[in-house]
Design a protein around this ligand. Sequence first.
Ligand SMILES: Nc1ncnc2c1ncn2[C@@H]1O[C@H](COP(=O)(O)OP(=O)(O)OP(=O)(O)O)[C@@H](O)[C@H]1O
Ligand SMILES: [Mg+2]
Length: 281
Amino acid sequence: MDTAHENQTPLYAARNVSKNYGSVVALRDVDFEVYPGEVVGLVGDNGAGKSTLIKILSGAHKQDSGELLLDGEKVSWSSPHDALVKGIETLYQDSGLCSELTVSGNVFLGREEVKSGLLGKFGVLDNKKMDKQAEAELARVGIAVPDAERTVAELSGGQRQAVAIGRAVAWASKVILLDEPTNHLGARQSEEVLSVIRQAKANGLGVVLISHTLPHVLEVSDRIVVLRLGRVVANAPTSTFTRNSLVAKLTGLGELEEIESGDMTVDEVRETLESSSDGQK
Ligand SMILES: Nc1ncnc2c1ncn2[C@@H]1O[C@H](COP(=O)(O)OP(=O)(O)OP(=O)(O)O)[C@@H](O)[C@H]1O
Ligand SMILES: [Mg+2]
């Protein structure tokens, strides 16, 4: 229990959420919350259920049971658009930009501005206005892209990722859900993403950050929730974790002495896990 928020209503919460895909249990009785101005790190091994939880929070998937509460009120989404309108923005793991559209086309995807007057009535888009505004919005959240008129296909992987993050942060008014935002990014760009996250927090947004890069999570989050095999196995302030204790939680190898005493990397722990679990992965 996180005592820092004892008398506060969470900005966004999942209560008792379960989700199966056929016979696969992706989430089981998950409680999750994020408060205004808080960064929650959501960590867990591959297949732990992190993206599934994000997709339920974003309205992309529907939970089998349990409920979602926004500002303490029960909500139910029939599409991601419903959540978006309520101020919840999502960066999916497979980031979902349209490569044939320009940077600004992507920033305004689904929210296109039409020209004023008659042209607008015929659905003619005001590209100039959107280019300018897209650049301004991305700059405001601390992301510099070469040119908003360029198509996304002409950008590097890192630049695309930056546009995807910028789009989410620029539009979010309550919550931003980031599934592996520093994936494919170099050290300098990862630092930029972390500073964008800090800025979103300073603006009072609730931020959910999924990452396998534990040092990033430890650096930027206020609280960490660990999922293992679809269940929450830890939920505590970031200051109570070390990298080793976090790895121990997410692999379930808390008892192993090497982890307690040594400085194993995640990969080393995986090897230990594989060799000590008689073939069961
Ligand atoms: N659309 C789907 N259909 C069937 N099974 C799915 C689907 N999406 C996820 N799963 C399964 O649900 C479980 C949780 O998957 P999820 O994508 O939420 O994991 P994750 O924690 O995001 O993992 P990773 O770190 O690899 O991204 C896994 O066993 C996965 O195989
Ligand atoms: Mg995932």
